[in-house]
Ligand binder design. Structure first.
Ligand code: AFP
Length: 348
């Protein structure tokens, strides 16, 4: 097998781009090192005390999600590895507030330490997502800017392999962890997402709560070759954003977590700063699309650190088509009356 590019080699070369690139490279290196430790812990699971159970105090994160033991552990490991770096600000899904560190430092980092934690006890893939931005003039506004301000973004998926997906704004590469030497080695370079797809991912149990454009799109997929697309579709739903994104990067597809009529889900479930922004940067760098259905996710400036956002991402032709369906139904007038939200299928 030819000598595969190691992540360290890429970071060494990238860091020569200047002082800012040096800081970004050091941050990615620290996150990668933390992920090696997390990969080893996750692969042992209950043998190493990881059960996916809630923490003893049933603590909740900023969004009210009950924290699992691995959520808290992952947050701690990543903080430890990032502690030594000059960071202006640090944000985590597991902490309510933005942590201001050295305001004079050139970069800020936001992380979802462990995405998909509800899958841990089911031995399903989970992951770490990160976003690196340039420090703005006012450091407290570090994560109040549009996603186009990101310098780098990536995620690690702890699955059958542990792989790190990375963009620094010049395409997307995938590195796989070699457990014989604990080094990340590039297994795919300049990943390109196919523009069209026959595979969609959505949690269909929420059908009755969706807006009309989303229901229309899924109805069309279900109609298959009898429907307007004149082809049959396949469906996947893993319940782990990193696993869905990784699949889309390998074979195309469309992922939807739209807003819906459930209490608290008007803007969906995913967070803008440390889930949708990094994922959207990666999708677009791989030739895909990422939208709320009505606007490009990367153009959106967060109103708050843990703001939720609808996310429709993947094969670009599919993203654009879904945006057309939303445009046909006009701007959101509150939630378009969910078809069956509060009443049975048939009036009694
Ligand atoms: P957890 O981290 O709480 O497991 O949530 C995972 C997630 O944010 C994202 O990774 C999944 O795509 C999505 O939630 C699954 O949400 P549903 O459980 O509502 O399908």
């Amino acid at each position: 097998m030819d000598q595969q590019l190691q992540l360290n080699d890429f970071l060494e070369k990238y860091s020569q781009g200047g002082p800012l690139e040096l800081r970004v490279a050091a941050a990615i290196d620290a996150i990668a090192a933390a992920s090696v430790s997390l990969s080893q812990k996750i692969s042992k699971g209950a043998l190493d005390g990881i059960t996916g159970e809630a923490t003893k105090g049933q603590e909740r994160n900023a969004d009210g999600d009950v924290q699992k033991d691995l959520d808290v552990y992952a947050d701690r490991v990543l903080r430890e590895h990032l502690q030594r770096l000059p960071l202006a600000a640090f944000a985590s899904e597991e902490e309510v507030n933005l942590e201001i560190r050295d305001p004079g430092a050139s970069i800020c980092i936001a992380i979802d330490p462990l995405d998909g934690s509800s899958n841990i006890e089911a031995n399903m893939s989970v992951g770490t997502i990160f976003s690196i931005v340039r420090t703005p003039a006012e450091v407290s506004a570090a994560f109040s800017l549009a996603g186009t301000n990101q310098l780098a973004a990536g995620f690690v998926v702890y699955g059958p392999q542990t792989s790190l997906v990375l963009t620094t704004g010049d395409g997307v590469d995938i590195y796989t962890l070699d457990d014989s030497d604990n080094l990340y080695k590039r297994t795919r370079s300049r990943v390109t997402i196919p523009a069209s797809t026959s595979e969609y991912a959505i949690n269909s149990s929420n059908y009755r709560h969706w807006e009309v454009p989303v229901r229309t799109y899924i109805d069309q997929c279900l109609a298959g070759s009898d429907g307007p697309h004149e082809k049959n579709f396949n469906m996947r739903w893993i319940g782990s954003l990193v696993a869905e994104a990784y699949r889309i990067l390998t074979r195309g597809g469309i992922f939807l977590y739209p807003g819906d009529a459930r209490d608290g889900y008007g803007e969906g479930r995913l967070r803008l700063v440390y889930e949708a922004h990094p994922m959207s940067f990666i999708m677009e760098q791989a030739g895909g699309g990422a939208s709320t259905g009505r606007e490009r996710v990367l153009d959106i400036a967060p109103r708050s650190l843990h703001q939720r956002i609808p996310l429709i991402m993947g094969s670009v032709d599919e993203v654009r088509y879904i945006e057309e369906l939303h445009a046909d139904f006009g701007a959101r007038d509150g939630m378009s009356a969910p078809l069956f939200a509060k009443r049975g299928l048939f009036r009694v």
